[in-house]
Design a protein around this ligand. Structure first.
Ligand SMILES: [Fe+2]
Length: 196
């Protein structure tokens, strides 16, 4: 029997994609098929659930995605890099929709990203086009060629293909929805050499 928590999380993603900026970037794949995977927890999973500072005007964006904290395989994209233990211990990301997602789609990918307060996610890039939408909390976003900007719930930022970008939380944590669209959605992010 389908866990209703999965259905609620997908409905939250559909609601996020009803925002004009997100819809305009990529529609959610309503035909994505639920394919539950064995959970894999990282420290950030529980920290996200227990974080009381993920403020948002719309808890319907946040709560169904946080509720999956112990039901999903969390990603460790940067495990074999020199990004450092602090980042590996505190950064969290899981894929709700996509080719490795709980809901399988090959048309788009949708990730949940959690960063606690005062975390530095350094310069990185990837060929897929990307859009962050802030669900709760806030963070500073910067990309090459654009001044840094503090982003808050309901706001979106676009990252063009292979343009290095970074995210910094200050005194508040961040919960974000990260959408990818083709092409090259199968190529993982890499840290940008020569930039710290
Ligand atoms: Fe990115």
């Amino acid at each position: 029997m389908t866990d209703p928590a999965f259905v609620r999380a997908f409905q939250a993603a559909q609601a996020i994609h009803a925002l004009p900026d997100v819809q305009g970037f990529v529609p959610i794949d309503d035909a994505a098929r639920l394919s539950p995977r064995a959970p894999w927890l990282v420290p950030a999973a529980r920290n996200m659930r227990e974080d009381t500072a993920l403020d948002t005007p719309n808890p319907d964006w946040r709560d169904p995605l946080v509720a999956l904290w112990d039901k999903v395989p969390w990603r460790e994209t940067y495990r074999d890099t020199d990004i450092g233990d602090d980042f590996m211990d505190r950064f969290g990301c899981y894929e709700l929709v996509g080719h490795d997602g709980l809901f399988v789609s090959h048309k788009m990918r949708g990730f949940v990203v959690y960063m606690p307060a005062n975390l530095y996610y350094g310069w990185h890039h990837h060929p897929a086009e990307e859009q962050y939408t802030i669900l709760a909390g806030s963070a500073e976003f910067e990309q090459v060629g654009t001044p840094p900007r503090i982003m808050r719930p309901g706001e979106s930022v676009f990252h063009p293909s292979n343009v290095p970008h970074r995210t910094i939380t200050h005194d508040t944590p961040l919960l974000a929805w990260v959408a990818w669209r083709p092409p090259h959605m199968d190529i993982a992010p890499v840290l940008t050499e020569g930039m710290e």
